[in-house]
Design a binder for this molecule. Structure first.
Ligand SMILES: [Zn+2]
Length: 136
């Protein structure tokens, strides 16, 4: 776990942002922690450096912290970390579609839902399955 920001650096609020990678095959996460140390937001994603592509798997903001632009900040942070990458997302709820459409418009980065942009962004199971299919 590596901290990007020191205490109290996100917009003057005492929130912390950490990037967490569990295993290379599983999605990475941006985890946002509130003043009391509890997790208030999570952005799960995968990136492929080879193909310069990324995929947002899910975005969650705790009820009490919603409508404060935190989701947008998480997505912007992620996009800024991977400039020039192509992005898309997993299927989204109606709310999610409106959210990502707004962020895409503001950031000029396409954030449509769709299938992974390169084979490396598929889940490990699907990737293995594909390789099995192709090796026949
Ligand atoms: Zn790739």
């Amino acid at each position: 776990m590596t901290g990007f920001l020191d205490d109290g650096c996100l917009d003057g609020r005492s929130l912390r942002l950490n990037r967490v990678t569990v295993a290379p095959s599983s999605p990475a996460e941006l985890v946002l922690t509130g003043p009391c140390g509890s997790v208030i937001g999570r952005l799960r994603f995968r990136v492929c450096r080879t193909c310069r592509a990324g995929r947002i798997m899910s975005l969650w903001i705790c009820d009490t912290w919603q409508r404060q632009g935190l989701g947008r900040e998480l997505v912007y942070f992620l996009l800024a970390q991977h400039r020039g990458y192509r992005w898309n997302t997993t299927p989204q709820s109606r709310l999610g579609r409106a959210f990502f459409a707004a962020v895409a418009q503001e950031s000029a980065v396409s954030l449509r839902r769709g299938s992974p942009l390169c084979p490396h962004l598929m889940g490990w199971c699907r990737w293995t399955w594909r390789r099995l299919l192709h090796s026949r």
